[in-house]
Design a protein around this ligand. Sequence first.
Ligand SMILES: C[S@@+](CC[C@H](N)C(=O)[O-])C[C@H]1O[C@@H](n2cnc3c(N)ncnc32)[C@H](O)[C@@H]1O
Length: 302
Amino acid sequence: MPVHPAIVPGILLRVAFVVLAAGHLASLQTSAAQVADAPATAATDLPDATGTATGDAVIETTQPADAKPIEKARESYLGRVVAQPMSHRGASWLIRPNRDEEENASESFQNLGLEPGMVVCDLGCGNGYWTLPMARKVGEKGAVYAVDIQQEMLRKLNQRADRFELKNIRPVLGTIDNPKLPVGAIDMLLMVDVYHEFSHPESMLWEIRRALKPTGVIALLEYREEDLEVPIKPLHKMSKRQIMKEYQANGFKLVREYNELPWQHLMFFARDDSPLAEIEPEPADAVLKRLQSSTPNGTVNE
Ligand SMILES: C[S@@+](CC[C@H](N)C(=O)[O-])C[C@H]1O[C@@H](n2cnc3c(N)ncnc32)[C@H](O)[C@@H]1O
């Protein structure tokens, strides 16, 4: 079975723990250059992925404050290295049989709070692991915009949707800086293991902000960077602190979170002018401490 370039093989993880124990934390940290040897990624397949890398450089603009940012492809954003998009060639990893067991996707799904009739979006949908159950849940009176920048992912999604006769999915071929969503239309926009791949994070967040209804929310799932036991390469993880920094800088506030998943942060953001009340995030170290002291069935270890 193909392995996602982000996954850290078990043996590497064990070696990493030995290194850690020896106090050589610095040698564990994988740089962008080191991960370039990962299996082929989608970037070279994409017609638009040729922008000049700008890193964190400030881009001079005379645009009005509410205009879409002028942004070139970034190698880093607000201190975080941007990952390459995962290729459609690894798509079978996304629908591996043990995904639910590993990530507890069912629990994430339940906590999204989807209702029949909602208009939702699965942004960076891949081959539709999340799109299909979303379509079933919102039903025929609702709709799911399924956006990806790889035509091949949408083709695989369509094949799976046809098999289950789901008619309320609207596939959208987005670009690296535009998900091409209708304005003010979305109740919930889900991004699972996607946001950290955006080469144009400000442009994407600007478009997403515009696509949300006033009470619409983003549901963001990213692997926990703070937890060294999550077997995913650091480049494909995000810390809570970094997520907060990037979303607040782009006109969003945290309105809900779910901190019980084994591998991921699940954070809900609304527009900063939304009527939804803002909350403070539970610090990641407190979350980890709490999770590590609970047994798998939820009881607390004494
Ligand atoms: C790691 S896969 C996750 C797929 C799916 N969300 C899942 O959890 O099964 C990331 C996907 O995001 C897509 N992607 C990356 N950048 C994107 C962008 N700017 N707009 C839309 N999709 C994007 C990639 O093409 C890829 O299919």
